[in-house]
Design a protein. Structure first.
Length: 462
């Protein structure tokens, strides 16, 4: 049997498709929205067609920039949020080492990213052949597993499970060619990232995880060589995630943890517009409820800056643009064009539901308010209310009361913020990307780290 197939087969034996597609394969019962909204391409045959359409989409017959043959650091980003969390580390690594390869989902790379030398994921004809072989051999077995485990995944999410074949083949080829010392990911639960980490573990490459957003106890068990977590909260949470791993034996190390603060660049502003509220919506927020809520705020003479999630459905963003294009009290912040630091720099308050943007607001000196437009499946998902990071509001009236009582006193609780981002108001505040890069250089050379690390399970440090 040819070596590529033997190796990928061994990876799938230790970490099957239902674990590589972690959220759909293991947490469907904890993510009810995955089975609440029928996808556009529903049905087994449409899902298979979608899978093959993805193959055609990512095939690049015209010559494109290719991953070079050697690099110390191989970085992958599958979303805009992941990439923005990695930017400062990539920049610092490039200055220190000059041996960084950055690969990204082609649909999230902007012109400036291409100018920096970031390379889109691209499949070759040989990749396509290998992916089809994997699908032909394993597809029926996957179908039977899903039919027994949760049948709706066959009709609604089968293409997502099959996408593991795409990324296993791609990363096996690229990592085998590049032979980096470290692979770096800012996500541990999406299919592409998990496939890259699984391949790296199998062929003996050290893996690095940079937390890009707040985590919860439904995340997978943390299995990388080095985990750069934001703060103690993430460490405590990941220790609760230990049961969330396959029972199979796999080449996955228990991590050494470095608490390195929140990695996105955020410009802290001491003076904010006194009457400007930011509204951050996530992909699950009901657009009609959001529009009504914002209109209620503007009737009180409050200027609102509306920002939606980078993955927001086009129908929702279209509804927001139509509703507020002529409203002088509402400014729109498109996450594809306006950096998060610019958005937050114009605010006094940030109102959002279950979203990591609360932490980013607090780090930027903006007071975060937790308010749900509709009853959530899991209130206070990240524990922000419990740990005092945000001010809870149960109604629009309570939001007004919070604003009136706190106006002008913009100082988030230091200890609450530091629980989530350990570098807050320390010497590394604002230099988290540099801290990660310096730590990786020390790890490569076997030198002492700039900050203390923690052995994940035992709790000892060095």
């Amino acid at each position: 049997m040819i070596s590529w197939y033997t190796n990928i087969r061994d990876i799938l034996r230790s970490e099957p498709e239902v674990w590589l597609s972690y959220l759909y394969g293991q947490q469907l019962h904890n993510r009810p929205h995955f089975v609440r909204v029928k996808p556009r391409y529903a049905g087994f045959f449409l899902q298979v067609a979608k899978f093959f359409a993805i193959l055609i989409r990512d095939f690049r017959p015209i010559k494109q920039p290719r991953v070079r043959q050697s690099a110390k650091f191989f970085v992958f980003a599958g979303s805009v949020n992941q990439l923005r969390s990695l930017d400062k580390t990539i920049e610092a690594l490039g200055k220190k080492e000059g041996e960084v390869v950055v690969v990204g989902n082609p649909r999230i790379l902007l012109t400036e990213d291409h100018d920096k030398g970031y390379i889109p994921v691209q499949l070759t004809l040989i990749d396509i052949f290998r992916i089809i072989v994997l699908f032909s051999i394993r597809g029926w077995g996957l179908y039977r597993v899903l039919k027994e485990k949760h049948p709706i995944s066959i009709s609604w999410h089968f293409s997502t499970f099959c996408s593991a074949y795409i990324y296993l083949v791609y990363f096996y080829r690229v990592l085998s060619q590049t032979k980096p010392e470290f692979v770096i990911s800012a996500n541990d639960h999406n299919v592409p990232n998990r496939c890259m980490l699984a391949v790296a573990h199998h062929i003996g490459i050290k893996t690095v995880y940079l937390q890009h957003a707040s985590v919860s106890d439904i995340f997978p068990a943390l299995r990388v060589h080095y985990a750069f977590l934001d703060g103690q909260c993430a460490l405590d949470t990941y220790r609760e995630c230990e049961p969330n791993q396959p029972a199979t034996s796999r080449k996955a190390p228990v991590p050494e943890v470095i608490l390195s603060g929140q990695k996105k660049y955020l410009n802290r502003v001491d003076s904010h517009g006194a009457n400007v509220i930011g509204i951050a919506l996530n992909a699950l927020d009901d657009s009609a409820a959001a529009i009504k809520f914002i209109e209620t705020l503007t009737l009180k003479g409050i200027t609102v800056r509306l920002r939606w999630h980078p993955g927001q459905a086009l129908k929702d963003t279209h509804a927001y643009r139509c509703a507020f294009s002529d409203n002088e009290w509402v400014e729109l912040s498109d996450p594809k064009h306006e950096p998060i630091s610019v958005f937050l720099g114009k605010l006094s308050w940030l109102v959002a539901g279950n979203s990591s943007i609360h932490l980013e607001a607090a780090l930027a000196g903006v007071i975060p308010i937790y308010y749900e437009l509709t009853p959530p499946d899991r209130p206070d998902y990240y524990g922000y209310v419990e740990h005092g990071l945000v001010h809870p509001a149960g109604s629009v009236q309570s939001i007004f009361e919070l604003i009136n009582s706190k106006l002008g006193r913009h100082s988030p609780d230091k200890e609450a913020v530091r629980y989530y981002s350990s570098t807050y108001l320390t010497e590394w505040d604002g230099r988290e990307g540099e801290l990660v890069a310096e730590s990786l250089a020390c790890l490569s050379l076997g030198q002492e780290l700039p900050v203390r690390s923690v052995t994940f399970l035992e709790g000892s440090g060095r």
